[in-house]
Design a protein around this ligand. Sequence first.
Ligand code: XMP
Length: 512
Amino acid sequence: KILIVDFGSQVTQLIARRVREDGVYCEIVPFNKADGAFKEMKPKAVILSGGPASVLDANAPSVPLPLLTAGVPVLGICYGEQTMAQQLGGTVEGGHHREFGRATIEVTDDCALFEGVWEKGGRYEVWMSHGDRVTRLPDGFRGVAKAQGSPISVIADDVRKFYAMQFHPEVVHTPDGAKLIRNFVRKIAGLTGDWTMRAFREEEIAKIRAQVGKGKVICGLSGGVDSAVAAVLIHEAIGDQLTCVFVDHGLLRLDEAKTVVDLFRHHYNIPLVHVDASKQFLGELEGVTDPETKRKTIGRLFIEVFEAEAKKIGGADFLAQGTLYPDVIESVSFTGGPSVTIKSHHNVGGLPERMNMKLVEPLRELFKDEVRKLGRELGLPEIFVGRHPFPGPGLAIRCPGDITRDKLDILRKADAVYIDQIRKHGLYDEIWQAFAVLLPVKTVGVMGDGRTYDYVVGLRAVTSTDGMTADFYQFDMKFLGETATRIINEVKGVNRVVYDVTSKPPGTIEWE
Ligand code: XMP
């Protein structure tokens, strides 16, 4: 087991992910609870995350001392490095040279962390995000790599097995980062990777049972993989103490509602309430064009409809959601930190206290591909597990401008043709997410002898591993041409199709 001490970095969860990819169980705890967790968990190693604070601040968070004196290996990352260096007697100063983003570091000495990955004298690409730097080494340490902005960029104490680095090895922008973490986990801490998704399933089931007891849970199904996996997992844990509520907001894809009802009610025999609330949603969304207002409106209505259903079901103590890790971080904003709310995801936060229900979120620590693995582990049909992600606010955010039933119908049909094309060409599984967007513009076209004045459909397809960054998918032009022709011929109201070639960043995957 590894204990990860969180100092508030946006990417702490990525450290956990890397460790789990190496097949080692780990838990994340906030720095102010680390002392107790350390005693209870008795981890074989500790990793200190980055964070937005500066060790030079008066109330800077620090590592509880027992973690540094218990004789377990410690890996400090960014803020974790700085506080570790300072607490062990080194000096940290405000950097005259702030480094954010891609940087090159030069390895100046051999070190167990670099074994088989980096060589002395080599220069390697890493991802930096820090203002302070270590200027004097604590006793027992040596510097093993330097960067332009920080002459002491990686530090090592081989006797205590303490290692620390200024850069972030957990992000994909540090191409060798995962291997460095693996060296720490496997070679330095000596852990063998035998932790699997099956173990996660068992652990989560135990956690759900412990949390819920004899309580009743209601779970919102959205039609997507996440809520489906959450529901099946919870059902496995507590059986019919779970009732699923499927709120059909009228913003779903073609035939989606039917698929969900069939799978849950008929295949899994999970108690399911199907609420057709499309009138209410589309009514309130009428004339709303601002993306955040759309998201907030849908989020609020969703909760209202839920509350009404919960009342009807009666006595539900818990609300289950398929919240994933990327939903959590992109919705959190640290005051003063580098992160801002990018989009308010409708399934996170904002759950009114008045609902008086506690949350069950068994997937909160997982990334999408891990949820898929878990879904397969739980025996969900491949067609469902392999499905592209679909956002909670549904087609509302794929219909920039105001939303009408007519526009939604056009969008649904265009989207179905596009996805059909992708499946027919065997491309579905290569793509992380593909969908059509209905643009709020009409353009002139010509069909037969007549002039047309119809909508433009935008096509989006991206590859990604976690939804946090993405590249647009490189279709061949023949495929795009054929798809455009099919959409224009088969979907009335569309006379032009465009393809979106923006990656994330700077774009987001969805258009709103
Ligand atoms: P963006 O557009 O932020 O999307 O690049 C990243 C991933 O998140 C999905 N997404 C959402 N999922 N509720 C969700 O459950 C939401 O409000 C929401 N907004 C975006 C999006 O489809 C992509 O997979």
